[in-house]
Design a binder for this molecule. Structure first.
Ligand code: NAG
Ligand code: NAG
Ligand code: NAG
Ligand code: NAG
Ligand code: NAG
Ligand code: NAG
Length: 172
């Protein structure tokens, strides 16, 4: 199996999953994208991230890149706690845990502001019933507003997802 096909298939699966769960794709910087001299704290603080959302970095390939590091790496623009790196120019990253993620650009551009921290909240699903007997104020404050998705839209997304996966598999 060619790796390009595998990547394409994985991307489609990720996208379908995102559509089916009503997850959001947070484009870093919005229309400003991933560039120097932008205060990404302002962008990040203006969004709410939930588990299974995607974060995507859009930038000219070969100019910038993305590294996931820990807080030390984020604060000091170092590779401390390096978890992963991306450089496709259109990188989709699945936020699959309720925690704070830290992303920086390499090439010294982190010092020019190319760093972003995103706090990801848990979804109040089955986990909520487990902890219901011990509800804390933290759990309530972290509760996201429900995202209503019309049943028809979800059904359509399901059909499209199956079709995509079918096409992806057929090509392999
Ligand atoms: C970005 O904006 C926040 C909120 O106004 C501020 O606290 C922070 O110092 C700014 N960061 C930079 C690098 O200017
Ligand atoms: C914050 O969000 C509001 C509403 O979506 C938008 O109008 C505003 O431009 C955003 N501000 C920043 C700094 O992204
Ligand atoms: C940033 O680096 C300095 C010096 O290397 C270190 O003392 C500090 O602990 C680091 N910041 C964090 C948040 O760890
Ligand atoms: C980040 O990772 C480095 C090791 O690469 C470690 O020394 C440091 O304590 C970690 N920082 C945090 C905040 O976990
Ligand atoms: C980037 O990630 C790849 C695997 O995805 C790894 O092989 C490579 O060493 C990483 N590069 C850096 C600079 O960490
Ligand atoms: C409730 O949560 C608190 C803090 O997370 C914990 O210390 C306590 O043991 C929990 N109580 C029960 C009955 O689970």
């Amino acid at each position: 199996m060619a790796s390009a096909e595998l990547i394409r298939l994985r991307f489609l699966l990720l996208l379908s999953a995102a559509i089916l769960t009503g997850a959001t794709d947070h484009i870093v910087g919005g229309h400003l994208g991933w560039n120097p001299n932008i205060n990404y704290s302002l962008w990040s603080n203006n969004q709410t991230f939930y588990v299974h959302d995607l974060i995507s970095f859009r930038y000219p390939k070969n100019m910038y890149n993305v590294f996931e590091v820990n807080k030390t790496g984020y604060d000091n623009c170092t590779m401390d706690g390096l978890v992963g790196n991306w450089s496709s120019g259109k990188d989709f990253i699945h936020l699959d845990q309720p925690k704070t993620y830290y992303f920086i650009c390499g090439n010294g551009l982190c010092f020019s502001g190319m760093k972003v921290a995103v706090r990801v909240f848990a979804l109040p699903t089955s986990a909520a019933s487990h902890t219901a007997s011990n509800s804390s104020s933290r759990a309530t404050s972290a509760s996201p507003v429900p995202r209503p998705w019309p049943a028809t839209l979800v059904a359509l997304a399901a059909v499209l997802a199956v079709a995509w996966i079918g096409i992806g598999s057929a090509g392999i």
